[in-house]
Design a protein around this ligand. Structure first.
Ligand SMILES: CC(C)(COP(=O)(O)OP(=O)(O)OC[C@H]1O[C@@H](n2cnc3c(N)ncnc32)[C@H](O)[C@@H]1OP(=O)(O)O)[C@@H](O)C(=O)NCCC(=O)NCCS
Length: 261
């Protein structure tokens, strides 16, 4: 019995240490989406356009199929236009990155991924929130926050680790896979919206700094806060082992706060 426990612990550890970040291909998009759907099951931003007053009182469990379907379209769009990374034997950690100048809301991508179906599956309020607020506000906020840097910035759109696989360093590896390469290459800014205040210190440890706070659903009973964070371009010099911020640019202004947290 003791041997068995030791062996399983040992093999688990081996599995962790051999975990490498890899690029997710089209044939794996459903698995990657499942990881994000699980990771964001209790996330108010992911459910902002699903948990709506006109959905007939559906629970999160009832909303799960649509939550998963939406993430499948989003993952596919990032496979086509951006970079989808995963880690773990069964893609337990997944990150969606958009490189500078790329996005997922052009018509070709909307049709190619099947994302257009979202329009018909959401309720009227859900549509308003998804297209009118979620997509539009996040786009405008990014453009304004990054200012002239918007065209150079890497956008960490989603990162999620299944509850059972948390605390193994997966998110660090998924983020540093990109930031280390950027730093070694002379530096480029990175951008994200943190959907939960508890994640802010984690992003700070990766070099992101707080820019501002916005809210989705202002004027509703439950506005959802998002922390806008930017990692300035940094340059890593191998000979000194130092990582320096390549300052000398201007970030856009923070939007005026209209809601208190
Ligand atoms: C946030 C999340 C991606 C972290 O993934 P993870 O693989 O468990 O994180 P890691 O094991 O790589 O931990 C990274 C570091 O942050 C710390 N950390 C992890 N989660 C943290 C949290 N919620 N708050 C503060 N620190 C945290 C770890 O201690 C670790 O620190 P270290 O590298 O200095 O030792 C994961 O908890 C998750 O999927 N949450 C739900 C979805 C979500 O909130 N996604 C982010 C949306 S903004």
């Amino acid at each position: 019995m003791v041997t068995q426990t030791f062996t399983s612990l040992f093999s688990q550890k081996l599995a962790y240490s051999s975990d490498k970040v890899r690029i997710v291909g089209v044939d794996e998009y459903k698995q990657a989406a499942l990881t994000l759907a699980e990771a964001f099951y209790d996330d108010d931003v992911a459910f902002f356009f699903l948990d709506v007053p006109d959905n007939g009182g559906k629970t999160r469990e009832q909303l799960w199929p649509l939550h998963l379907e939406i993430l499948e379209y989003i993952v596919l769009a990032h496979i086509y236009n951006g970079l989808v990374l995963s880690i773990g034997e069964n893609h337990e950690g997944v990150a969606l990155w958009m490189p500078p100048g790329a996005n997922m809301d052009d018509w070709y991508t909307i049709f190619r991924t099947g994302m257009w179906r979202i329009y018909f599956k959401l309720t009227a309020e859900g549509r308003k929130r998804y297209f009118g607020e979620f997509m539009e506000k996040l786009h405008d906020t990014k453009v304004n926050a990054l200012g002239e840097l918007d065209n150079d910035a890497w956008y960490l759109v989603y990162i999620g680790v299944t509850p059972k696989a948390r605390g193994r360093g997966y998110s660090r590896k998924l983020i540093e896979h990109v930031t280390n390469k950027l730093d070694a290459d002379g530096g480029a800014p990175c951008y994200l919206e943190s959907s939960h205040i508890r994640n802010v210190p984690m992003y700070q440890r990766y070099g992101f700094i707080n820019h501002s706070r916005i809210h989705l659903g202002e004027g509703t009973k439950k506005p959802v806060p998002l922390d806008i964070m930017i990692r300035p371009a940094m340059r890593f010099t191998k000979s000194t082992g130092r990582r320096m911020s390549t300052v000398g640019y201007k970030l856009g202004a923070a939007p005026a706060a209209t809601t208190t947290a």
